[in-house]
Design a protein around this ligand. Structure first.
Ligand code: BES
Ligand code: ZN
Length: 633
């Protein structure tokens, strides 16, 4: 760095720190709403988002208008993001988040050039953009394009799609990736509305987490509106050769045309799920609820982009057995999208509530026996996480400062969060608990929420009035699993275990009668294989039940994992095909981990990975690179 660069660097540092209240020195003030002058509002430590470089607490964006074009030739999204800003305290700068973007120019209001500085690149948070504004500045327009370092975007060539004829592109924003496809104040601590004009090649269709087209148009230009306020991690776009079908008046599915009929059947209960959810916790606030089934590289099972859940095709099993995922993403329309974690320390407020709500929806549709199976599988995951995770990551309320928020995506937020709420449901009685949860969503709709505010609300509205006392602090602020965690009993699983025991006694596949088993019974069965299970025993089961050829991704994934552990190599062809096709991290991570456990397995894993890596999204690549110690040359 030369002297000029150094002085610019120092100047930018000073500028940036002037605009942002010193995050270390903020004192606690729990009831901020009582401060009448917004400029005197003191943010409590709990509310502060350490995963944004923006000065969102001082000057903030209320609306974003995107005007962008998508070029598949250049693998680039380019255009502008115009931010409508609120500057109640008359600050002189607004700071945005960005990462690996080319910023070409910035203008204020009707076109006046703005001066701005880019901050120093931070490996975790990206680069700040500090824009100088004036008292009359209402709009800040940032002209930009994405680069090939852009992490949120996945550009697929035709061979990576179902139809093999057209390219595809989608974004993944949560947790801190939205800043990599559009410059914004990338924090769940503020909410924005948005509108967009998106130009795509005219044989393709664009959809967003907003009002959506259902047919292609000739021009390839699509307009979108999201009039309900959302955090930026929920901004999303997908572009491809898309078809749409209705499930009922307010629900439907988008997918590539060759898959749309399979989707029509698989998601047939979606309308009933929305009805059940509303019956439980109040009106659905987002008008339509649609799902888009993406190509298999999508790194998650699902992502709750409002109005339009993004989903992996690996849930299309042909028998609706994996659509719990839809109930989950739908439940986020309340927990997460309507009442949003204030920052990533409170991630369990999004996911734990959603697990609880998801299982309530499933109970309405398919009964308690069914949900007991789901809950018991979840409990097994929770125990496994507690025995392997760093105790610092085992609290519901996390301390994620300086850590990638992606690391918070563990069974603690999901299953410990679920168990906590399930316990309160038991202590209070379901009737009272449901009234409480419904009120919680209604009272805090379109707001952000911290763990502390939730706990205070819980004390005041449910626990104290009903004289309920329990080890709440242990549940929320301590690691491990409290002793009063409820353990579900599933009759259906007991029968599965009995059959597995008799298989080990006889080595005869006739001791297993899975004719009426659901996917969940299969999962329980395979999960409970003993570590010393032999290759011959696996072969007996495989011959009888053709598990290696299973078209059910959940069953295949756990079967492959157990087979790798036991050294059963009849799966090799199918395992490679699975790893080449599927990019869902939840499946890839345990499979590559199992392979990496022996030197030969690791080599096998690497040989597949070098071919498959291009088929995976950044989210999965970043995890698997670490498992295999791989660094691209
Ligand atoms: N919001 C999450 C996905 C997510 C979490 C993305 C954190 C990025 C950071 C989504 O709702 C989710 O939980 N998906 C699960 C679904 C499952 C629990 C039914 C998944 O993808 O496995
Ligand atoms: Zn979720």
């Amino acid at each position: 760095m030369n002297l000029l660069q150094l002085s610019t660097f120092v100047f930018i540092l000073i500028l940036t720190s002037c605009g942002t209240p010193d995050k270390e020195e903020v004192i606690d003030a729990s009831n901020v709403a009582e401060v009448s002058n917004v400029c005197e509002r003191v943010w409590s430590e709990d509310e502060i988002d350490y995963h944004t470089l923006s000065n969102y607490m001082d000057v903030y964006v209320s609306h974003i208008h995107l005007d962008v074009e998508i070029s598949f030739d250049e693998k680039k999204l380019f255009g502008s993001a115009t931010h409508t800003i609120e500057n109640p305290c008359n600050k002189e700068i607004i700071v945005f988040d960005s990462r690996s973007l080319d910023i070409t120019s910035i203008t204020l209001n009707d076109g006046e050039e703005a001066t701005y500085e880019m901050g120093v690149y931070d490996e975790l948070l990206g680069e700040s953009i500090t824009v100088h504004i004036k008292e009359d500045t209402k709009k800040v327009k940032i002209n930009y394009s994405t680069t090939n370092e852009t992490r949120a975007l996945d550009w697929l060539v035709p061979a990576q799609t179902a139809g093999k004829q057209n390219p595809f592109m989608y974004t993944q924003g949560q947790a801190v990736l939205t800043r990599t496809w559009l410059p914004c104040q990338d924090t769940p601590g503020r909410r924005i509305t948005y509108s967009a004009k998106v130009k795509v090649p005219n044989h393709l269709m664009a959809v967003m987490s907003a009002s959506n087209p259902t047919v292609k148009n000739e021009s390839g230009v699509y307009d979108f509106e999201m009039n309900q306020s959302i955090p930026t991690y929920l901004m999303a776009i997908a572009v491809g050769d898309l078809a749409f079908i209705d499930i009922d008046e307010r629900t439907g599915v988008y997918s590539e045309p060759s898959m749309i009929e399979a989707c029509r059947y698989e998601f047939g209960d979606m309308g009933k799920m929305v009805d059940a959810a509303e019956g439980l916790y109040g009106k659905y606030q987002w008008e339509r609820y649609d799902v888009i089934v993406l190509p298999p590289s999508f790194p998650f099972g699902g992502m709750e982009n409002p109005r339009l859940t993004f989903a992996t095709p690996t849930i299309i099993a042909g028998d609706r057995s994996l659509t719990t995922l839809v109930a989950h993403e739908l439940a986020h329309s309340w927990s997460g999208n309507l009442v949003t974690n204030s920052n990533w320390n409170d991630f369990w407020l999004n996911e734990g509530f959603t697990m609880y709500f998801e299982r309530r929806i499933m109970e309405e549709l398919y009964g308690k026996d069914y949900v007991d199976m789901l809950a018991l599988l979840g409990y097994q995951d929770l125990l496994a996480s507690i025995s392997s995770l760093d105790p610092k990551m085992q609290m519901l309320k996390l301390k994620m400062k300086g850590i990638d928020p992606d690391e918070a995506m563990t069974d603690i937020a999901y299953e410990k969060g679920y168990s906590f709420l399930r316990l309160i449901d038991e202590l209070a009685g379901r009737e009272k608990f449901d009234v409480f949860i419904k009120d919680y969503f209604t009272t805090h709709k379109f707001q952000t929420m911290t763990t502390e505010v939730f706990v205070a609300y819980l004390q005041e509205n449910l626990l104290e009035p009903n004289s309920i006392e329990f080890n709440l602090n242990e549940w929320v602020y301590e690691s491990g699993l409290p002793e009063n965690c409820l353990v579900v009993v599933s009759e259906r699983f007991n029968s599965v275990e009995a059959q597995l025991t008799s298989f080990y006694e006889t080595n005869n596949a006739n001791s297993v009668t899975p004719k009426d088993w659901s996917t969940h019974e299969w999962l329980h069965f395979i999960r409970h294989f003993k570590p010393e299970t032999t290759v011959d025993q696996l072969a007996i089961l495989d011959d009888a039940f053709h598990l290696t050829q299973s078209g059910n991704s959940e069953i295949a994934a756990i079967w492959f994992e157990k087979s790798v552990n036991a050294g059963y190599d009849k799966i090799d062809v199918e395992l490679e095909a699975f790893l080449m096709r599927v990019g869902r991290r939840k499946f890839l991570q345990p499979l590559y981990n199992a392979l990496a456990a022996t030197p030969e397995g690791k080599q096998k894993g690497l040989d597949i990975y070098v071919k498959a890596r291009d088929n995976y999204h950044f989210v999965s690549v970043s995890t698997i690179d670490k498992i295999l110690g791989y660094s691209p040359s």
